[in-house]
Ligand binder design. Structure first.
Ligand SMILES: *Cc1c(COP(=O)(O)O)cnc(C)c1O
Length: 365
């Protein structure tokens, strides 16, 4: 098989989805499955749906179109705040979008009206992570102004944490969200369907029994795909962390000194790395580089292997302490974190191979 490649185990993703969805549901929370890190991969999305997610959510219209074209018939949520220039496509492509700007809501309303549609929106409020969302002081005014727009319907209030500022979902910010939802409902004169409080960083708060009952919606990507909560990246109980595995091929295995020889200046990426003298090392050169993946986000599966560095096309691995014998032509495998998964899914140079239990031949690699 060609290398480098990323294997995607659909059975593990389905299992993880079932596990996270069941846990959230038992706590009164409906889960939307977030596919953006896989660039809206249709098989991954279907595995999430088999695992019970109520809706699919992605940050990019291109990804959502790909999923719809693949015949996936389910409600879609657009996660990224829509560009003003994209409102027509948003109304055309998704059932529900997350929003924070009145001018965009007005444009969405107009675009929906032109199509005789009502576009559903969740208003995003910034509770301190400082990425998207209206500032809490300005929420009520926004809700009031948006409530009269004929082409949109405000169906919820949401917030996003732990993405930019690393702010952890806790009792304080979640209670604040619930209170803001009460105020919005006063203005609207009706109940909101969704209080969308969390992403994968909120799983711990639910497990601690501290999530306010009003929070009834979660947007979960990493928790399902990599089986981790995201405040400390702890494995989530009963889930797989290895649904995605990167395979690269050994091009050279040669014993070399651990320190470069000769006068030194910058490396290919402008870095000045210092090298510790550890004597001679058995070094494996692999066909995986920065054009394939965020090399800072992969961990070798081979015990004893240590990543020394990478350039655009090569990964250099110290295999002196590796347990097995490593030869040219062998494959080494690596476990990607979220950032590495995102880059590998986005790179055209990494082949994606879906492992599906219903097609056992795929499993023989
Ligand atoms: C990416 C994203 C998520 C999913 O985050 P995970 O940590 O992968 O669960 C949820 N909400 C929004 C708004 C996002 O952009």
């Amino acid at each position: 098989m060609t290398t480098p490649r990323l294997t995607i185990d659909l059975g593990k993703i389905e299992h993880n989805a079932r596990c996270v969805v069941g846990f959230c549901r038992a706590n009164g929370i409906d889960v939307s499955g977030v596919t953006k890190v896989t660039c809206g991969h249709p098989e991954v999305a279907k595995a999430m749906l088999r695992g019970g997610v109520g809706m699919l959510a992605d940050s990019r219209l291109e990804n959502i179109r790909r999923l719809r074209t693949a015949g996936i018939d389910t409600p879609f949520m657009l996660l990224r705040i829509p560009a003003l220039s994209a409102v027509e496509a948003v109304v055309e492509t998704v059932d529900l979008s997350l929003n924070s700007e009145l001018v965009v809501l007005e444009a969405l309303s107009n675009a929906a009206q032109r199509r005789d549609r009502i576009h559903d929106v969740i208003i995003m409020v910034d509770l301190g992570d400082l990425r998207e969302g209206v500032w809490p002081d300005d929420l009520n005014a926004l809700v009031k102004a948006a409530s009269v727009l004929p082409g949109i319907r405000i169906v919820g209030l949401g917030t996003n944490l732990a993405c930019f500022g690393g702010v952890v979902p806790g009792e304080d910010n979640m209670h604040r969200l619930a209170k803001l939802a009460d105020e919005a409902e006063q203005i609207l004169g009706r109940e909101l369907e969704w209080i969308s409080g969390i992403n994968s960083s909120g799983l711990e708060l639910i497990a601690a029994g501290k999530m306010p009952a009003r929070v009834n919606h979660a947007r979960i990507g990493e928790g399902i795909l990599l089986g981790r909560e995201t405040t400390q990246r702890k494995p989530w109980p009963d889930t797989f962390q290895d649904a995605f595995v990167i395979h690269a091929e050994v091009l050279e295995v040669i014993r070399k000194p651990s320190q470069p020889m000769g006068e030194r200046s910058e490396d290919a990426f402008g870095g000045l790395t210092s090298f510790e003298d550890r004597g001679d090392e058995l070094r494996a050169l692999l066909n995986l580089g920065r054009q394939d993946i965020d090399v800072g986000g992969i961990a070798p599966c081979e015990p004893g292997a240590v990543i020394l560095g990478a350039s655009s096309d090569y990964l250099v691995v110290d295999v002196s302490a590796a347990t097995g014998t490593i030869r040219v032509g062998d494959e080494l495998t690596f476990s990607p974190n979220y950032s590495a998964l995102l880059s590998a899914m986005t790179s055209d140079y990494v082949q994606k191979v879906v492992l599906d239990e219903s097609k056992p031949d795929d499993r023989r690699l």
